[in-house]
Design a protein around this ligand. Structure first.
Ligand code: ADP
Ligand code: MG
Ligand code: MG
Length: 209
């Protein structure tokens, strides 16, 4: 079971992870975009981090919804609406839940991915965060089908996410700014996929305690 306190811890852990990787994310975006992904994400998650104390009494769904609104209003670029949508759909998926079972976590992850797919229209292989989020959801689903609990299933998902992230390197970008580069986008790791991997990894680390 994942409780409300762990969700708050995860958001703080992700904000810290973004802060620590701000320059790395921006360098990745400098290679195939406009060198702002770390700056964008850090701006949004600093704001989230500052709001977390005031969310201490809220339920999981309300917390995720507030995060969504904050990201949409503060990040901008492509990643603002995409992460905003991920958190909004995640929020809706767990409406009314005080604790999350492994099935609830699957629904959260699936809803977030579906939101990104609906909003950004990227397909698998287009060299975006979808190439990280999608294999992660698939691995999580398979793990719980095999009877694994949330932490173990998320561990499998993070391994799949890392592989998915690595797989973005040889891809030719078909969505977002990187797609303007055509063939020159080949050979670089996707910045948004990298932040998505950090999001899942920080969730796992909170569950590991
Ligand atoms: P911008 O490109 O507007 O400067 P960011 O640099 O913050 O925004 O984010 C870029 C990341 O957004 C990319 O690395 C990619 O993972 C993700 N992205 C861009 N377009 C899409 C899309 N249509 N669907 C999914 N993800 C996308
Ligand atoms: Mg950018
Ligand atoms: Mg930009």
């Amino acid at each position: 079971m994942v409780n409300q306190a762990q969700i708050l811890e995860w958001l703080q852990a992700f904000a810290t992870e973004i802060e620590q990787n701000k320059e790395y994310l921006t360098e990745l975006d400098a290679a195939i975009g406009d060198a702002d992904h770390g700056i964008n994400m850090d701006r949004g998650f600093k704001k989230v981090s500052s709001q977390l104390p005031s969310l201490a009494d809220q339920d999981i769904s309300s917390i995720l919804k507030t995060v969504s609104m904050t990201l949409i209003s503060s990040i901008g670029g492509a990643s603002g609406p995409l992460y905003g949508t991920w958190f909004l759909r995640a929020s809706t998926a767990v409406a009314g839940k005080q604790e999350l079972t492994e099935q609830d976590v699957l629904e959260l992850l699936q809803a977030g991915l579906d939101g990104v797919l609906g909003r950004g229209k990227a397909q698998l292989g287009d060299k975006t965060m979808v190439d990280v989020l999608s294999p992660a959801v698939e691995a999580f689903e398979q793990a719980i089908r095999e009877g694994k609990k949330t932490q173990e299933a998320l561990n499998t998902a993070v391994v799949a996410a890392e592989q998915g992230l690595h797989n973005t390197i040889p891809m030719l970008a078909k969505k977002g700014r990187a797609s303007y580069l055509g063939e020159r986008s080949i050979g670089h790791q996707d910045p948004g996929g990298t932040s998505a991997y950090l999001m899942l990894k920080s969730f796992l680390e909170v569950l590991e305690g």
